[in-house]
Design a protein around this ligand. Structure first.
Ligand code: CTP
Length: 418
């Protein structure tokens, strides 16, 4: 009932292809968990008993999608027109050569495939073959655990083999307001005390923390991890952060405001990351940032932000012209600008919001081609001239193309050169 007809159509198609190939296909993992919880989830993972690659090729053709095959992981990703994307894998068993290693994989059946997973609530599948369409495959009591609202591992070595699951357990528990089942908690504490998390690469550890920052409210999970660290000393990386609840709350509202009013994306997780990292001494931050899988331009923006921050904190923006603000802030995207709002005085925040809107609406109509038509010589002056037009538009000194051109005439006559 809760699935869209287009998604159902995809599932029926997948089931038919599998039947024709004498295979079985299942939708698995988080999608099934969230379906049973009545929560929307667009991450569709299909598991095929049999050759997943040729299945994925046929499904791609039928759905007129685009497929990418990742040889290393033996997974296929199918992108569809309506922004949906499906991951297809062959049912697999995993084994770990040593604790905290990346897993080795081999072909297998759905039961083995589900057994290797992290928690019972993530280890359910729905069959898509026509004769079993919608049958729930639940070998390990996932549905019961959903009902009892608990996070439970499937086997004793789960956290030893993959210590990232300790962080995942906390993340899911806080997301759904579940508890970590008693034995599972004991196993997690045991793995922490045995130093399993320190065997993970820093990249994997920080990847999990970034996933927490993608949650609408990451604070409870971060607090819980800190508490676990206090008891075990297993995650010293988390010791130095200040968990400023008020700042996180501000950030959430500010990001909502941005999306609603500027209608452009804003990465709340990156804003949260700034709140965590920017108050740290630079030397500490420098140890963390190379481990984060984040675009370098964002890290550069964060450095720039640190330079400008003392000015942001001290300045009363009410007294500034838009172009004066722009001089310091023009390089900043949504997240950095919202961070400035967080750090600025109350009376300045409104002006910063207006600046964001104004900057977005500010368009200079003259371009390089038009300057040449008007008789200007191409060269470095072009940037100066266009920059000047932009500042004048921002400050409402000119409003139209005609006014731009009138100003350019004055420039040409040498009356305006600054
Ligand atoms: N999984 C696992 N161990 C991990 C990571 C993932 O067993 N360390 C399994 C789980 O069964 C999970 C599936 O792989 O359901 C897909 O992983 P992921 O996309 O990270 O998890 P989701 O459950 O979809 O979580 P989210 O809702 O946060 O996307």
């Amino acid at each position: 009932e809760s699935l869209s007809s287009s998604l159902l159509e995809i599932f029926y198609t997948a089931g038919e292809i599998a039947r024709n190939n004498q295979q079985k296909v299942y939708v698995v993992g988080g999608f099934v968990r969230d379906l049973l919880l009545g929560k929307p989830n667009q991450d569709i993972d299909l598991v095929v008993e049999g050759d997943g690659q040729s299945f994925a090729e046929q499904l791609t053709e039928k759905l007129k999608g685009v497929m990418r095959y990742h040889e290393a992981f033996q997974t296929a990703n199918i992108s569809l027109e309506n922004q949906l994307s499906l991951d297809v894998v062959t049912a697999r068993a995993e084994y770990y050569e040593y604790p905290a290693a990346l897993p080795q994989v081999e072909k297998s059946c759905i039961r083995e495939d589900l057994y290797r997973r992290d928690f019972t609530i993530n280890a359910m599948a729905l069959c898509l073959n026509p004769d079993q369409f919608g049958d729930l495959i639940d070998f390990f009591g996932g549905r019961e655990d959903l009902k009892n609202q608990q996070i439970r591992v499937l086997y004793h070595f789960s956290f030893i083999e993959d210590p990232t699951r300790i962080v995942r357990a906390v993340r899911f528990a806080k997301r759904y307001h579940f508890t970590i089942e008693e034995d599972t908690m004991r196993l997690a504490m045991d793995a922490l005390r045995r130093g399993m998390v320190s065997r993970l690469s820093q990249e994997r550890f920080w990847h999990e923390i970034m996933l927490i920052l993608k949650e609408p409210n990451p604070i409870p999970a971060l607090q819980e991890l800190r508490y676990l660290n206090q008891r075990t000393d297993a995650m010293p990386q988390l010791e130095n952060f200040e968990l400023d609840e008020e700042a996180f709350y501000f950030a959430k509202n500010a990001a909502d405001w941005w999306r609603e009013n500027l209608k452009t994306p804003c990465r709340l997780d990156l804003l949260y990351l700034m709140i965590l990292l920017l108050p740290l001494p630079e030397s500490w931050r420098a140890q963390i940032t190379p481990k984060l899988n984040i675009k370098s331009h964002f890290l550069q923006e964060m450095e720039k932000l640190e330079e400008v921050l003392p000015w942001v904190i001290q300045t009363d923006f009410q007294t500034l012209a838009w172009s004066e603000m722009d001089e310091k802030l023009h390089e900043f995207g949504a997240e950095a600008l919202l961070y400035c709002m967080l750090k600025s005085q109350n009376r300045s925040r409104k002006k910063l919001r207006q600046y964001a809107l104004k900057r977005q609406a500010c368009k200079v109509e003259t371009n390089g081609t038009r300057l040449i038509e008007l008789g200007f010589q191409p060269g470095p002056d072009f940037n100066r001239i266009l920059g000047q037009l932009y500042r004048m538009r921002l400050d409402d000194k000119i409003h139209t193309k005609q006014e731009e051109e009138a100003y350019l005439e004055q420039w040409k006559r040498g009356e305006k050169q600054t």
